[in-house]
Structure formats: C-alpha cells, structure tokens
Design a protein. Sequence first.
Length: 331
Amino acid sequence: MPEAFGKFRDNLVLSNQEVCRECNQNLGDSVETPAVRGSVEAAYRFQTRKLMGTKKLNAAESFAKAPQDRVTFEMDEPGWDNAKVYLEPIEDGTDVRIRFRPQIIVQFDDGHRRAFCLDELTNPQVLKGASAYRACAESEEELKVIAAALEPLGFPVVWQEMKKLPFNERNTAKISVHAVYDDVSRRLVAKVAFNFLAHLLGAPFVLKEEFDPIRRFIRDGQGAGAEFVSVEDRPFLGEEREAGNWRMTDAHLVGLERSKTNAVLGRVSLFNMIHNKIVLCRTDPEIVDSGQIPAGRLFSWRTLEISPLLVWDAHNLIQPPEVLAQRRWGR
C-alpha cells in the first residue's frame, strides 16, 4: 500500500531484489503522485488529515496541489452552486480556504446553468441561448477584467450590488469535488494488486510471461486500461452486498482471487469507495493450490494496522469478526 494512504505498521513491502528502483521512482512520479492528489480518494484522504503530507509538505498544501486537469471544485451552497473555486492553504497550514476564480454563472433559456472562467469566454457561441448571468469575483479589479472579457462577445455589462457569501456558524462552505477516473487511476490500483500478488507468491511467480501484459500496463501504460481494470457496483465485502449504500468500513481493501476460467483477479478499494477489479492474468499461470489464493488484507488507516480478510467461501472475502463487531458498535 503506498505510504500516501497510510504508514501502516508492518506494511507489506517487497525486497530490493523484487523491485526495480528506477521503475518504482518513475511510477511514483507519473502515476502515484497525480493519482493520490487528483482523485475522489484524494478528497477523502484530506479529511483523514494524518495520512497526508511529509516533513516538507503538510496536509493542506498537498491537497491544494491537486492537478487542475484531474480535479475541479465547485460551490455547493444555495445561490452559489456551480461557481468554480480553488483551494489554498491557510496561514498555519492546517486547513484550506476556498477562493473564487473570476467567472460568470450563466442562466440559459432551457433552464440549465453553467459557470465560465475567463479562458472560456473567447467565443460568443458558448453563450448562445443565455438569458441572464452574474459575475463571481473577489475584488473590483476582477470585475473589470470580467467586463473586459464580456464586451467583445456582445454582452452589456451592468453590475448590481455585490453580494458576499452568506456566513454560517461553522464558518465553512460546502463544495463538490469532480475527479477523473482514467488510466492513471487504473495503473495505481493495478500496481497495488500486482505488488500484493508478488508479496504473496514471490517475484519468480509474477515474472512469468502470462503477467507481461499487466506489467507493461502498470509500468508504461501500454494497452487499453479498461480491459485490465474495471469498476464494479458490487461491494468488495460479502456482508455489504445486501446492505445497499451502507459501508461497514472505510479502510483500504486489497484481495486476490481466481475466476471460473482460472484467471488471476485482483480487487482494490481505497477507503472502500470505488470497487476496482483488476485482471492480472487471463490465462492459468499454473498456480499451485497452496491455500494462498483467494486472499485479502484490510488496511485500517485509523489504527494503521493490517488485518487478514478471512475466506469463508470461494471468491467471497469476509472481514474478521472482531473488525465487524468494532465497526458495528462504533456506529
């Protein structure tokens, strides 16, 4: 499990003989960092706080550095919904504050609304069918910049009284997070599953040619990601499959199993949110039935401990009873 999602006690690590340092560093830069900061899990990761940051980078700074091409933030408050915002760390680095981007929120004739930042206001056609608009800005200077962008598009600029974001007792505001799910996301979870397989069965096993396609995808991004990694609606844990949207845990879940055709499958669910199924090998790599597959681990970021997932039935991974009891009583 990458340290970005928890510095677990007795973490499952591979030896230097099993890991190419150059490849690992390249994956860290090209896959782990953008996926860790630019994903749905990144928002949940920020809420946990203690999982975030290093000595050089605290929690707020890391979250605020979410790549703009992967994560966007919008206001989710009455009257301010759809407004595009960004985050910046507060002075002591313990949290983030919301900042508005200079923009207009347009009401269209068909009833829908959309926010446009300045770099999107270059073609009059994007405002075709607009019936009204209002500007979101943090200063008079920004209002002048917005007016200058609108005038060439044929929109008269008439400002009314500037309104401030309503204050509430919490001194907070709700925002919605929009994140992409792409091959960077898929390569991250595939790496977690593949490393767990290597930890369980050893490097000689995962170096078999049957695993060449998934290795090339993880390392170099070769192949169609959707053919290797897919998202399932069915929860990872057997107990949750009849529980609707209710979760029994928000720990990270990692598992391995065999398909009916003897393919090797991985399952990874960070924070038990998105249930990823990874095809590690489509053909039978002659796994000796040693009782090691199916297998799984629960990574609790709350306690920083790793627990085995018990196998009570083939392809049905079950949490240890003591973990279930703690979570049920805890709610």
